[in-house]
Write a protein that binds this ligand. Structure first.
Ligand code: PLP
Length: 399
């Protein structure tokens, strides 16, 4: 049986067009982009073209895009790069309690170096406490970093309100948009975002490539020192093929965004309504109200705006109280289904998810969570099979 994949927040399958775009740079176009001769210049052109494509996905200027090795490196660079650059100004950073480990652990490392971190609370649906954000700001606050969308429960944070609060006090605002990118519209200019992290493998591109958007005028310390690549901000001979892959994935994501949102919302809304109808003893984790887009807005052909969305289109997270999450996962795996209990980064960790704990779930509820994240390869038949399997497993458990 071929596996049915419902873990698209952990990673996505690379698109054939993306792989095809990368191949010449793995085979024939092996020149060093820093070299003057023809194959070097052609690699350089490919990188600059990819930079334009990534910039277009988030409405940035191409010279505001820095390629990195992954979303985690982008997050590390944003947090540490700003912290080290602004050491003289202050040592206080504000993040939320539900950030990805790349942010949380960067902050833990900074704490060991004497920086002070405030971890903002979130409400029962995962939205950050904006009042606490305002009262947490101090004279020595140098950075606010709040994720665009949460990888476990799909909560889309009120990014524009957060950037406004930050800028009223002259503080730099970074957002980890690894989950949001390619799943909802992002416009860094409209949302007044100073820095943003994204990753290739979450948007049907290759693993091991990321980008950091840094608004012109914002200075940060480089974490990888060496040659002059990426304007001296990220040394190392460029990963040309992967950069080209990220560029291609960005073009496809932008072109297909409205269709993508509608299709994933449809699969997710169907799954949610069927689970609620057929399975007893369940708790929804994440925003309840706006499960998807306001369809009347699509009908009127208005531009899609992140304000209309409170939850990632493909994300569904239920705690099935009758069964332990890992048991459910193993049984689903035996039926050919790949899903996740919390996030890929925390599997194997016996502690309950820090995100589910932050939204107030008790340990047992947190440990019975099943995260389903739909992707473009999933069909409605796949979703029906998934629901039938969950129902069967729970019926057997309760016999
Ligand atoms: C996956 C993910 C990351 C890390 O990206 P990598 O490219 O895997 O390093 C960071 N933040 C969030 C929210 C993610 O989902």
């Amino acid at each position: 049986m071929s596996s049915l994949y419902f873990d698209n927040s952990a990673t996505t399958r690379i698109k054939p067009e993306v792989l095809e775009a990368m191949m010449p740079y793995l085979k024939l176009e092996y020149g060093n982009p820093s070299s003057m001769y023809t194959i070097g210049r052609s690699a350089k052109r490919a990188i600059e073209n990819a930079r334009i494509n990534v910039a277009n996905l988030i409405n940035a200027n191409p010279n505001e895009i820095y390629f990195t090795s992954c979303g985690s490196e982008s997050d590390n660079t944003a947090l540490k790069g700003i912290a080290y650059k602004n050491r003289e100004k202050g040592n206080h950073i504000i993040i939320s309690k539900i950030e990805h480990p790349a942010i949380l652990n960067s902050c833990k490392a900074l704490e060991r170096e004497g920086f002070e971190i405030t971890y903002l609370n979130v409400d029962e649906e995962g939205f950050v406490d904006l009042n606490q954000l305002e009262t947490s700001i101090k004279n020595n606050t140098i950075l606010i970093s709040i994720m665009f969308a949460n990888n476990e429960i799909g909560t889309i944070e009120p990014i524009k309100s957060i950037s406004k609060i930050a800028h009223n006090k002259g503080i730099i605002f970074h957002t980890d948009a690894v989950q949001a990118c390619g799943n909802i519209p992002i416009d860094v200019k409209e949302l007044e975002i100073d820095m943003l992290s994204l990753s290739g493998h979450k948007i049907y591109g290759p693993k091991g490539i990321g980008a950091l958007y840094v608004k012109n005028g914002i200075e940060f310390e480089s974490l990888i020192n060496g040659g002059h690549q990426e304007k001296g901000k990220r040394a190392g001979t460029e990963n040309v093929a992967e950069i080209v892959g990220l560029g291609k994935a960005s073009v496809i994501a932008k072109q297909g965004l409205n269709t993508h949102i509608r299709y994933l919302s449809m699969l997710r809304d169907y799954y949610v309504s069927e689970i609620e109808r057929r399975i007893p003893n369940i708790v929804i984790n994440g925003p309840r109200n706006k499960w998807g887009l306001d369809n009347s807005l699509i009908a009127k052909n208005k531009t899609l705006n992140q304000n209309y969305l409170q939850r990632l289109p493909g994300n569904a997270n239920f705690s099935f109280l009758d069964i332990e999450g890992n048991t459910l996962l193993l049984k689903l795996d035996q039926m050919g289904i790949s899903a996740s209990s919390a996030s890929a980064c925390s599997s194997g960790n016996p502690e309950p998810s820090h995100v589910l704990t932050a939204i107030g779930r008790e340990e047992a509820t947190a440990k019975s969570a099943l995260r389903i994240t739909f992707g473009e390869d999933n069909t409605i038949d796949d979703v029906n099979y998934l629901i039938n399997c969950i129902e069967k497993i729970i019926l057997e458990t309760n016999k």
